[in-house]
Ligand binder design. Structure first.
Ligand code: SF4
Ligand code: ZN
Length: 339
């Protein structure tokens, strides 16, 4: 069943090849709170419109709907330059810059090598840290060294590791590479003096809430020595995904924020010197991680504060009547009862 759902979902995921006018427009940009070490800073976030992730064409991950934001073909260097030029009008010298492409910044089919260097160099005068994302196979000395040389600040490369359990990664998330390839890429990244960040997914489909918590905690334990930062990303329902297919049929609930609180509290004890952060998307919304409506805002604020400060004791002060429901859900799931 899983395979046919994935095929059905993948068929209408990618848009037809785009016209030139949309190729000149980036997908989105905004500014957000971040931290570099102990210093609170603003981060400039830019999503470029590119060809998007090749893996989304091959199979696609069960929770990822980013293909919707892509061009359906490669962007030309000129189109990428125009997107950047438009985006720079909104850049206010934020020290932290995050460049996303709905795929891999280091895949030549998404961003050609000269454009990559030009983008990094454009922020060079003001940014202190630039982050971009990639699949592990593209994180090589050949792609990374020219970028490191084009930017005087610190580079940070993020990989969507999601889970260190090979079966969770392969069967539930549909990733194309095993965890060992993410670990190897992280080693290559660090060997070049570049920061390495890993994303861990909280609650892939087909896991109970309890199993999902155990999966992330096991992943933190195994991944922490291999990454400088680990970011726990709770699933939110994106359009055109397997997770949405299940959600619409009442067979998937995004994770509880209490699960995330527990993961951060317990993860903080085993992360060593690695930063452990979470900045949930769609937090408090029905399609994002949520508790009851009453406590969502306070829980999200405490999670953000813990992520920025790396102090997790504030999380133990959180409580709400819905926490009892959450605990009984765990007991029901353990008995095999669908909530
Ligand atoms: S999660 Fe990453 S690897 Fe998977 S389809 Fe989306 S962009 Fe590609
Ligand atoms: Zn509540």
């Amino acid at each position: 069943m899983q395979g046919s759902v994935a095929r059905e979902v993948a068929r209408d995921r990618r848009p037809p090849p785009a016209m030139a006018d949309s190729a000149a427009r980036y997908v989105n940009l905004w500014s957000e709170d971040e931290a570099i070490g102990e210093e609170r800073v603003r981060a400039f976030v830019l999503i470029l419109r590119t060809r998007g992730c090749y893996w989304a064409d091959v199979k696609g991950c069960s929770m990822c709907g980013y293909a919707k934001d892509t061009l359906g073909r490669s962007a030309t260097p000129g189109e990428l330059a125009t997107q950047l030029e438009h985006a720079m009008r909104a850049y206010r010298g934020e020290p932290y810059v995050k460049i996303y492409t709905s795929g891999s910044f280091l895949d030549d089919r998404e961003v050609d090598p000269a454009s990559r260097r030009a983008i990094v160099a454009t922020f060079g005068a003001k940014a202190r840290r630039i982050l971009f994302e990639t699949l592990p196979e593209f994180a090589t000395e050949a792609t990374l060294a020219p970028l490191r040389d084009a930017f005087a600040g610190e580079l940070e490369v993020a990989e969507g590791l999601e889970s260190t359990q090979p079966e969770v990664l392969r069967r539930l998330i549909n990733k194309g590479s095993p965890p060992s390839e993410y670990f190897a890429a992280s080693e290559r990244i660090r060997a070049l003096g570049i920061r390495s960040k890993g994303y861990l997914l909280l609650k892939p489909p087909y896991l109970t809430e309890e199993e999902a918590v155990a999966d992330v905690l096991a992943s933190i334990a195994e991944a922490a020595p291999r990454f400088d930062t680990l970011s726990v990303n709770p699933v939110h329902i994106q359009n055109g995904t397997v997770v949405e297919w299940l959600f619409r049929r009442g067979r998937y609930r995004p994770p509880w924020l209490w699960s995330l609180v527990h993961v951060m509290q317990e993860g903080a004890k085993i992360r060593g010197s690695t930063r452990l952060v979470t900045f949930p998307t769609a937090g408090g919304l029905p399609r994002g991680p949520h508790n009851c409506r009453t406590c969502d805002r306070a829980v999200l604020a405490a999670l953000e504060e813990a992520s920025l400060s790396q102090r997790f004791d504030g999380l133990s002060e959180l409580d709400c009547a819905c926490r009892a429901d959450y605990r009984s859900l765990g007991r029901l799931e353990a008995l095999g009862v669908e909530a």
